[in-house]
Ligand binder design. Sequence first.
Ligand SMILES: O=C(O)COP(=O)(O)O
Length: 173
Amino acid sequence: MPVPATFAATLFERFIVYYSAHIADNSHPFAGVIAALAVLKAAGAKLVVCTNKPTALSRSLLTKLGMVDMFDDILGIDAVTAAKPDAAHLIEAVRAVGGNLNRAIMVGDAGPDAGAARAAGIPLILVDFGYSEIPAIQLAPDILLRHFGDLVDACLTLLDSARVDSSTAGISA
Ligand SMILES: O=C(O)COP(=O)(O)O
């Protein structure tokens, strides 16, 4: 039996209150992610969070995990004109930090991440240890990551192949 919309809204509000109070109770950074992001940041990469969480909750989580300062910005579902899997979320996130869409890479774990990357024409790295109803491999990422220790190499591989693609396009033109 469907739940009436007003009741569903009440339940959702209660969930958000509870979730806000317990957002990092059982959360911790995946192994290797902080080191990998630090290398990318030191190399000049802009790091932006593109999440379907409300921005404030994402900021709260990342603050509690000691990671908030790693990111140039956080764009949650309330900060964009259309959420993942819409391309707009990713495009607006890249623009918000002054990034270059031709050099952007999406790193995610689930269908909305894959959909946004494909819609925006941005290369896609998916981890195979995230929270996804569909196994990440079935979402056909350009690179499937088994450990964040491989993230920097994966980014370099994608950036190199983007350079080869554009020079090839230049030759055929
Ligand atoms: O976990 C969520 O609330 C949303 O997931 P996302 O951050 O991958 O968009």
